[in-house]
Ligand binder design. Structure first.
Ligand code: NAD
Length: 295
C-alpha cells in the first residue's frame, strides 16, 4: 500500500481564506477588525521565520497585526509590563509571545500573565484547565490543526486507538485531551516508555511530536494507520545534497504501510498558523459576546 498524502498546506490555505471571509463579515456587521499582537524577544533565527510568517498571514486575512520586537537583554519585568499593556488594549484580541524566551525569563510567568481571553496559543493555566474539563477555552494551535486534519480525513474519530509520541504542554498533552474529547482511546508515550514500538503498533492514529529526525520506523506502524508528523527537524547538508527539513517519521518508508500521512514540510506546520488566525477571530468574538462566523 502507498499512503495518501494529507495536504495540510491546502487545508490551511482554505481555512485562512475562510478566516478572511469571517474577518470581513465582522468588519461589515460590527465595524471592527480582530487584532493580533506578536511579541518576539531576542534573535532566535527559527522564531524570526515563524513570527514573520504569522504576521504576513494575519495581515493577508485582513486582521490588524501588531509586532513588538524586544532585545535579548529585555528583563522579565519589562516583558510582563508589555503583556499587561496589551491585555488592557481594547484593539488587541490575541497576544502571542513567541517561545522559547531567553533563559533569564520565566516562560510560565509570562504565559500566565496573558489574559486567558486573549491567550490565542491556549497555553495559560485557565485554557489548559478548560480543555481538560471539556470547556470552551482557546485551544493550542498545533494540536487543533492536527485534529482538524484528522476529522477532515477520517470523519468521526469515535473508538479509534490514538497513540501520541511526546508529552509536551504545547503538543502532546493538549493533543491527547482533544482526542479524548473526540472519543478516541488515547495512549501518550514518551522518552521513558518501555515498549514504544509495541505501543505505536496498536495505533489507528499515530501522532509523532518528538523533535528527533526520522525517528518513527515503518516496523512500528500498523498497516493502514493514519500518521501525523508534527516534528520539524533540519538535517545538515550531506555531500552535494543540501540541508533539508524532515519530520519525526521516516516518511519514505512509513508511506508504504500507512493509509495516510502528513508530509514535512506542508503537513501540520501550515495548520499551526491557520489555527492561530482562527483562534484570534474566536477570541475577538468571545470578548465582544457576539456569535462567531463559521470558519
Ligand atoms: P518537546 O521537546 O517539548 O517534547 C518532546 C517530547 O518527545 C517529550 O515529551 C519527550 O518525552 C518525547 N521524547 C523525546 N525522546 C523520546 C524518545 N526517544 N522516545 C519517545 N519519546 C521521546 O517538543 P515539542 O515542543 O512537543 O515539539 C516536538 C516536535 O514538534 C519538534 O520537532 C518541534 O519543532 C515540532 N513542533 C512543530 C510544530 C508545528 O507547527 N508543526 C509546533 C510545535 C512543535
Amino acid at each position: 500500500m502507498s499512503a495518501k498524502l494529507i495536504d495540510g498546506k491546502a487545508f490551511a490555505d482554505g481555512l485562512i481564506k475562510r478566516v478572511g471571509v469571517a474577518v470581513s463579515k465582522l468588519n461589515n456587521r460590527y465595524n471592527f477588525k480582530p487584532g493580533l499582537a506578536v511579541v518576539l524577544v531576542g534573535e532566535n533565527p527559527a522564531s524570526e521565520v515563524y513570527v514573520k510568517n504569522k504576521i504576513l498571514q494575519t495581515e493577508k486575512s485582513g486582521m490588524v497585526s501588531i509586532e513588538h520586537r524586544l532585545p535579548e537583554t529585555t528583563s522579565e519585568k519589562e516583558l510582563l509590563a508589555l503583556v499587561k499593556s496589551l491585555n488592557e488594549d481594547d484593539k488587541i484580541d490575541g497576544i502571542l509571545v513567541q517561545l522559547p524566551l531567553p533563559k533569564h525569563i520565566n516562560e510560565n510567568a509570562v504565559i500566565n500573565s496573558i489574559s486567558p481571553s486573549k491567550d490565542v496559543d491556549g497555553f495559560s493555566i485557565p485554557n489548559v484547565g478548560l480543555l481538560s474539563t471539556s470547556g470552551e477555552g482557546l485551544i493550542p494551535c498545533t494540536p487543533l490543526g492536527c485534529l482538524l486534519l484528522l476529522q477532515d480525513h477520517l470523519g468521526d474519530l469515535t473508538g479509534k486507538n490514538a497513540v501520541i509520541i511526546g508529552r509536551s504542554n504545547i503538543v502532546g498533552k493538549p493533543m491527547a485531551q482533544l482526542l479524548i474529547k473526540a472519543n478516541c482511546t488515547v495512549t501518550i508515550t514518551h522518552s521513558k516508555t518501555k515498549n514504544l514500538e509495541g505501543e505505536c503498533k496498536k495505533a489507528d492514529i499515530l501522532v509523532a511530536a518528538i523533535g528527533s529526525p526520522l525517528f518513527v520506523k515503518k516496523e512500528w506502524v500498523k498497516n493502514g494507520a493514519v500518521v501525523l508528523d508534527v516534528g520539524i527537524n533540519r538535517l545538515p547538508p550531506e555531500g552535494d545534497k543540501k540541508g533539508r527539513l524532515v519530520g519525526d517519521v521516516d516518511f519514505e518508508n512509513v508511506i508504504e504501510i500507512a493509509s495516510a500521512i502528513t508530509p514535512v514540510p506542508g503537513g501540520v506546520g501550515p495548520m499551526t498558523i491557520a489555527c492561530l488566525l482562527r483562534n484570534t477571530v474566536t477570541a475577538s468574538c468571545k470578548r465582544r459576546n457576539i456569535n462567531e462566523p463559521e470558519m
